[in-house]
Design a protein around this ligand. Structure first.
Ligand code: ARG
Length: 458
């Protein structure tokens, strides 16, 4: 059944129907469509636009449709243009004339705007929970690895020693910000477009504040043209999702490197790895690679929607229907990636000895050796030069700074004494760094306590 056959004298061309239809994907929000309609008729009755009997018949009918779809008794079929037409047609088929009053004072334009908001609002909550699961795993790992030394890198060159807790703590911050971005989007989008009509409101005495409160919005939207043509919140969401993917992708890149034979910092669990069909020795980090790869797809959705929206005059235009597949795909992709990624790092083994040995081998304590000289009155620039010479010597002898003899130290600068070894030990290098946010044990313990509280409270 068509909702708009009246002014037409010819059947729609089949290809036109197919091209125009959105039911293959907008059926994803059948539940939100039905709940939105229930709120709408509840409001219509309160305003005496429908009688109690009409409202009850419609609400009952809609609830049965919802149940039947969920139990698999009613299947959503493609001869309908979209989910809105399907629900309305099924309602009329089931309850007769009362069903024809469902769409009073409403347009599919405010209806679809509502459905999409209800749907994405639920998904934001689900995404937020998945991010929290991920943060909980990172938090556990941080608590376990406050004293696991590893090299910190800049330019992918060993720079200064840090701890695994500290390195993971960087990701904790990123994913915490991701959650707060989702929260912001939720708060900004949580206004109800229902009652905006096609674009110019309606002459019926709708109580838009009431419908909004029934659907747990913070209030109605304030301009009916904007209500039906605003897709900002989807662009913001796709941007937040892109950032989540970017964070996971960076982490995946590190895991792929760390899992390689050259690094061996981590070993991905067998249950999260895959093999090769030809090379029997291989254990590949496919999950990490796929998460990294799928990042492009989510970025693509963001750029597509931005581009779709850029030339659309007010108010509703059919171009906007393109928001659905992009957004659904991006949300499903990010949800899948978050779940897999969390499982992967939860089961991953960290090779503490290899990490510590690597930190030691890369002259990551060279800054601390220079600081030692500074503490003994040598100007920093001179100290930098002296340690540079010592590093050269070490490279030549293929040893690390703490393997030089005191004589060798003294030959280059008489300032060195026996306590140099203590000053450049991995433990000292890390544990002396206790400014807020640094890897030292005291600083790290403070941050972990803050994170613990955050996870309990939000
Ligand atoms: N399927 C449409 C969409 O997603 C629903 C709104 C249709 N409105 C219209 N005036 N044709 O945008």
């Amino acid at each position: 059944m068509k909702l708009w056959g009246g002014r037409f004298t010819k059947e729609t061309n089949q290809l036109v129907h197919n091209f125009n239809a959105s039911i293959s994907y907008d059926q994803k929000f059948y539940k939100q469509d039905i709940l939105g309609s229930i709120a709408h008729v509840t409001m219509l009755e309160k305003q005496n636009i429908l009688t109690e009997e009409e409202r009850d018949a419609i609400v009952d009918g809609l609830q049965n449709i919802l149940q039947d779809i969920e139990n698999g008794i009613l299947s959503i079929t493609p001869e309908h243009e979209d989910i809105h037409s399907f629900v309305e047609a099924t309602l009329i088929e089931r309850i007769g004339d009362a069903g024809k009053k469902l769409h009073t004072g409403r347009s599919r334009n405010d209806q679809v705007a509502l459905d999409m908001k209800l749907y994405t609002r639920d998904e934001i909550v689900a995404l937020n929970d998945l991010l929290k699961d991920l943060l909980s795993v990172i938090h556990r790992l941080m608590s376990e690895h406050i004293e696991t030394f590893m090299p910190g890198f800049t330019h992918l060159q060993k720079a200064q020693p840090v701890t695994l807790a500290h390195h993971l703590g960087a990701y904790f911050e990123m994913f915490r910000r991701d959650r707060s971005r989702l929260r912001d989007i939720y708060d900004r989008m949580n206004y109800c477009p229902l009652g905006a009509g096609a674009l110019a409101g309606t002459t019926y005495p709708l109580d838009r504040e009431y419908s909004a409160s029934l659907l747990k919005f913070d209030g109605p939207t304030w301009n009916s043209m904007d209500s039906v043509s605003d897709r900002d919140y989807l662009i913001e969401l796709l941007s937040a999702l892109s950032t989540i993917m970017m964070h996971m992708s960076r982490f995946c890149e590190e895991i792929i490197l760390w899992n390689s034979n050259e690094y061996r910092f981590v070993e991905i669990d067998d249950s999260y790895s895959t093999g090769s069909s030809i090379m029997p020795q291989k254990k590949n980090p496919d999950i990490a690679e796929l998460v990294r790869g799928k990042t492009g797809r989510v970025y693509g959705a963001l750029i597509s929607l931005l581009t779709t929206m850029k030339g659309i005059p007010l108010a509703y235009n059919k171009d906007m229907q393109e928001d659905k597949e992009l957004t659904f795909d991006a949300i499903d992709t990010v949800k899948g990636c978050l779940a897999l990624f969390t499982g992967m790092i939860d089961t991953m083994k960290f090779n503490e000895t290899v990490m510590a040995a690597s930190a030691k081998r890369g002259f990551t304590n060279a800054t601390d050796a220079a600081d030692y000289l500074v503490n003994h009155g040598v100007p920093f620039r001179d100290a930098h030069g002296i340690i540079g010479q010592l590093v050269l010597l070490c490279i030549d002898k293929n040893i690390s700074l703490d393997e030089l003899s005191l004589e060798e130290y003294k030959k280059i600068s008489p300032v060195f004494n026996e306590d140099i070894y203590e000053a450049i030990s991995m433990k000292t290098c890390v544990e002396k760094r206790n400014t807020i946010g640094a890897p030292g044990k005291d600083a790290m313990t403070q941050i972990i306590a803050i994170n613990e509280k955050y996870l309990q409270e939000s």
